[in-house]
Design a protein around this ligand. Structure first.
Ligand SMILES: Cc1cc2nc3c(=O)[nH]c(=O)nc-3n(C[C@H](O)[C@H](O)[C@H](O)COP(=O)(O)OP(=O)(O)OC[C@H]3O[C@@H](n4cnc5c(N)ncnc54)[C@H](O)[C@@H]3O)c2cc1C
Length: 406
């Protein structure tokens, strides 16, 4: 491999200024001898869906890092103690302006575009000259052409990643060149606003769906948030592949009632139960987004195969390329941003260790991404399994068929 270490003055191209690209930029911005070019195709941040960051992102001890009830044990099984300590040490080096924001987003819900704008504003407000933001739709050819030998390229362009399927020699952009995908289910993600405090737990989910034989609205535990005036409630209704195909990607309650009355009736029954309990009203309409719930990963999260192949005029043979955020791993069930932020922190930590051989940087990032994949794969399968059981709790035979003990 021609390039043995990252250059002492390094130019990093971050393509995609969604939450993960922005976080990476904010982390790299505070490092000496690093300059960042951040490219974004959108003119404005308009995604208003409510998201929350996982508390493990700001953990200050191994105990708090693995406090999650679903995968706390997996974390200890997958990661070795030095790896966990390494991650916690990097968190302690995160500048206070950024850490304060991260902590606030683990406490309650926040619109996605508020997170994007806040990190963008922080980058601008620091008044440092080492970040250049460019409004541009970057093509794969642009990305390849912008690389000078030794430059670093980070693809944080989201689930439809610009470079994921070009990261291996011969990968020509076809979806399976470097992507492994598991389709868990098709779902409607339904959000509504409610004019009273409303909190949800597993009992609530069960009893409010008691009359819903086929379509159950399953709000996430902790997926409701009261901001002093309204509760934001988000949950999932499982639908079939045929129903998914027959729907536009985004609809409202009126459309749902006219076209999928059985789904709408289940929603309305659930909401009636909420109203009987807390005597409030729905504010506005339902917001319904249909999505396939996919788990996927890049088999290679870096271009180390290009670099290992040696002498070649292709820029990927002389510059390291990394995938971060939804570009590298995608997961359903409201956990993806946290996973992307975790990977961004790890990658920034590697860039900070300037004496590491490039081979080590690439290998460590690949291993880290693979371990995060194991963790989120097991976590997502567990959530899906629990959902499947929940949906047939009153049908003992159906329930037993889903319980494979050995
Ligand atoms: C309905 C729905 C609800 C969700 N709810 C949650 C939740 O509650 N919690 C959670 O953790 N996650 C949630 N997610 C997932 C979450 O939104 C993503 O995990 C997160 O946005 C990924 O961040 P990212 O920065 O990796 O990618 P993205 O957010 O996709 O950002 C990629 C950025 O790259 C830009 N870009 C793409 N291509 C190019 C190009 N060629 N040139 C220049 N710029 C480009 C895009 O404009 C975008 O700004 C939800 C997703 C959906 C669809």
């Amino acid at each position: 491999m021609a390039l043995e270490k990252l250059p002492s003055n390094i130019r990093v191209h971050v393509v995609g200024a969604g939450p993960v690209g922005l976080l990476l930029t904010a982390l790299l911005q505070r490092m000496e001898h690093v300059s960042v070019h951040l490219y974004e195709k959108r003119r404005e941040y308009t995604r208003t869906r409510m998201v929350q960051l996982a508390p493990y992102l700001v953990a200050d001890s191994v105990e708090s890092y693995r406090a999650d009830s679903i995968d706390g044990d997996s974390v200890e099984a997958i990661f070795d103690p030095p790896e966990l300590h390494h991650g916690l040490t990097f968190r302690q080096s995160i500048p206070p302006d950024l850490m304060t924001l991260l902590k606030s987003w683990t406490l309650g819900f926040c619109p996605l575009n508020v997170i994007e704008r806040a990190i963008g504003d922080l980058i601008d407000a620091r008044g440092l000259q080492n970040v250049e933001r460019k409004a541009a739709l970057v093509t794969p050819e642009d990305a390849i052409a912008m690389l000078r030998p030794g430059d670093m390229l980070i693809d944080s362009t989201g689930s439809k990643s610009l470079l994921r399927d070009r990261l291996v020699p011969g990968g020509d952009g076809h979806e399976d060149a470097n992507t492994h995908k598991v389709r868990l289910e098709y779902a409607l993600v339904i959000t509504f606003l409610y004019g009273q405090p409303y909190d949800c737990n597993e009992y609530c989910k069960y009893f409010k769906n008691a009359e819903n034989a086929r379509y159950k609205f399953i709000p996430m535990v902790h997926r409701t948030h009261y901001d002093g005036q309204v509760s934001h409630v988000t949950g999932i209704v499982n639908i079939s592949a045929e129903e998914y195909e027959a729907m536009p990607s985004r609809v409202d309650g009126t459309w749902l009632r006219g076209n999928f009355p059985l789904v709408a009736q289940s929603m309305d029954r659930f909401i009636d139960c909420v109203k009987q309990e807390t005597h409030g009203e729905i504010l506005g309409d339902l917001e319904v987004v249909r999505i396939p719930l996919d788990l996927y990963r890049a088999r290679n999260a870096t271009n180390r195969q290009w670099l290992a192949a040696g002498a070649n005029s292709h820029p990927f043979a002389s510059s390291p390329v990394f995938l971060a955020g939804d570009s590298a791993i995608g997961s359903p069930y409201f956990q993806s941003i946290s996973l992307g932020f975790e990977c961004a922190m790890f990658l920034a930590g590697l860039v900070a260790e300037r004496d590491l051989p490039l081979n080590d940087i690439l290998d460590r990032y690949e291993l880290f991404i693979y371990k995060q994949w194991l963790r989120v794969y097991m976590r997502s399968k567990m959530i899906k399994h629990n959902k499947d059981l929940f949906e047939c709790l009153d049908d003992r035979l159906a329930l037993l068929q889903k319980l494979h003990i050995y």
